[in-house]
Design a protein around this ligand. Sequence first.
Ligand code: ME8
Length: 661
Amino acid sequence: MRYHFNAMGVTHLSTKTSRGTPSPKTKKTFYITTPIYYPSDKLHIGHAYTTVAADAIARYKRFKGFDVRFLTGTDEHGQKIERRAKEAGKTPQQFVDEIVAGIKDLWSLLRISYDDFIRTTERRHIEVVQDVFEKILKKGDIYKSEYEGWYCVPCETFWLERQLEDGKCPNPDCRRPVELVREESYFFKLSKYQDKLIRYIEENPDFIKPASRRNEMLNFCKSGLEDLCVSRTTFNWGIPVPGDPKHVVYVWFDALTNYISALGYGRDGEEFRKYWPADLHLVGKEIMRFHTIIWPIILMALDLPLPKQVFGHGWLVLEGGKMSKSKGNVIDPVVLVDKYGVDAVRYFLLREVPFGSDGYYSEEALKGRINSDLANDLGNLLHRSLGLVERYWDGRVPTPQAGDTSMADYAREVVKKYEEAMDGFLLSDALTTVFSLVTRCNKYLDEEAPWAKMPRGEEAAASTVLYNVLESVRIVAGLLVPFLVETPEAIWTQLGIDESPRGKRWEEVVAWGGLKPSTRTRKAGPLFPRIEIRTQDAHPSTEGGAGEAGSELIDIERFKELDLRVAKVTAAEAVSGSKKLLKLQLDVGDGIGQRQVVAGIAKHYKPEDLVGKYVVLVANLKPAVLKGIRSEGMILAASHGEDCLRLLTVDGEIPPGSGIS
Ligand code: ME8
């Protein structure tokens, strides 16, 4: 299919309002874009990575009070799509319409908060591309000539003979055969702008990030830019060149223009004036060249300001290399969200890979993150602190006393570091910082052991500890707002806060002291249920079904989940009304402190025989209540039938709290 012109030819667009520097901005704006996706296949988890990252940044900026414009969309023209449609027995338009609908569904599943979705087959885009092409043509920076060279259809990229690798596409991830193209073409004078672009990159160190990609692009420019072929005549599925409709505009020239066509460049100009230049183009590293060389030169030719930053993130790869349909190793994000939930998938994508570098994807790593960070560290912290509130403070947030500011100071430091990371778009660093606060809280709770303070009558100190932990958790939920879409609300609800942190002012959410003492808490089920990691999952190549002996084995990682500690019995007494139970007080060293455990050993040990013994405690067992007495862990014993039971002890003295492995 080819776009038809009306009798008047190309629609001419008003440009009066769109030239030059936009008018001064009254409110802080933030314009962020993702690449526009090829609707040629179903999108995989690698594609989702770019968009989830952009979404987290957009949400953060909104939280900080910016007027955000977040754009994504689809790149629907070109030879690749035309061929795929033909193979599928569809017209290109039918073909892309179906896939685009699926892409939009995926973005709503992942809760991508885009403000606009541009399709390059929309009239609003086509008109702007034709206008841009014509303007540059009139200026003399596009000229007609003859192209003879190589073209890679899967990459939609022109290559010079000397760039090919063994006669094939030099893109290390493609290496497919290239096609010889000889046709009349329009060329864009990249060479004319080479020095200007080099100067610009050198004078604006933030324009290309991370720095390694900046050097790569600078070297590329310095090696000499060739004029770029910007039209094709051997297929139809594209935007016709104005006044010469046997040519269609080169798909990258067409696609890059989306960043301004979506703002109505050359039309009423309102949004364009407000949001251009873009604050951030977020793209994968393999398309940096298009975004930091071709796109800036198009903008220079139009006398428009350049985007403030192009950030090239790394790839999410599998052990066998990059995901691709041809390798048959694509991971479907829909399946993962279905299995693990949207927040777990979003968390994993943004936490696992240092933003900017490549990172490995595996389902084991995803499960590991869910279990260790979300279920154990965060979920358990909330659960056990609310458990203590229920047990000792009648389910109400305790009132802190002045004095212990250690957690408040720590939280303030975390907020500062988090802001620095987020402002540099270092998403995984920001999450690491948030979870350092979670870890600190768990440690603080263990060290301060409010459950031991209460029986000693140190209620004021215990209240302060609990308040500090709950307040830190409230702030943690706030800091997770850009990343997770359900969990921050769930945490605030359990803390008894009726509002959502989303939509509240940033300053208010992160300021220490937001949680009101006496608030009635609402402890609920775990935030993230632990995922069973079966041996077969960890070793997918292991043969054998679930019924075989091998499947009973656990791996070392699973064993390490047990926190086994040496504990010294400091007191023991019978539990009234029970013939089986003894109540023990244990010293578990400086790290964990005192623990009270109820053990079913009364038939085998007298209380006085136990004091001074070194026993083995499972320290990370969920607390339980036996005969109305709280038991914080379990001591291990060997048993043989009903009558024979022997406690596990250690062979000689060792400091209480020592780990057992
Ligand atoms: O390049 N890991 O579209 P696209 C991380 N239409 N990111 C990945 C990835 C992976 N395994 N696989 C893909 C295009 N991506 C053009 C863009 S913009 C004017 C035109 C990222 O659908 C990739 O790096 O091939 C890119 O940023 C995005 O998905 C879209 O890729």
